[in-house]
Design a protein around this ligand. Structure first.
Ligand SMILES: [Zn+2]
Length: 105
């Protein structure tokens, strides 16, 4: 991760803060979170004591704003009651679509 500059990290943290502030991080289960980005949707999975994201940024660098947002939410225990019911319903609809697409692929 030597190519990860401080600038890059502060952009990631700012984006993670935005995701959290906008209520775009949805807890699906104890080990699965759904993150609604500006353009794409991602799944963040808990694997042991690590978080793994489905986005390209994570694949390339091993870190992304989605993982930062989820780890912050887990650390601060913001889960439960943090998200509106409307957003939860939206996330569930989108998740169902995502699984349908995954099965077709
Ligand atoms: Zn990600």
């Amino acid at each position: 991760m030597s190519d990860v500059s401080g600038d890059f990290m502060s952009r990631l943290v700012a984006k993670a803060a935005w995701l959290m502030h906008e209520g775009r991080v949805v807890k699906i289960s104890d080990v699965l979170y759904y993150v609604i980005g500006r353009k794409n949707r991602h799944l963040v999975k808990v694997e042991g004591d690590k978080l793994v994201c489905t986005c390209n940024g994570f694949k390339e660098r091993g870190i992304c704003s989605h993982v930062i947002a989820v780890s912050t939410i887990r650390r601060l225990n913001l889960e439960g009651g943090y998200l509106s019911e409307a957003l939860r319903a939206r996330a569930e609809r989108e998740l169902k679509l995502m699984y349908k697409q995954m099965r077709r692929a």
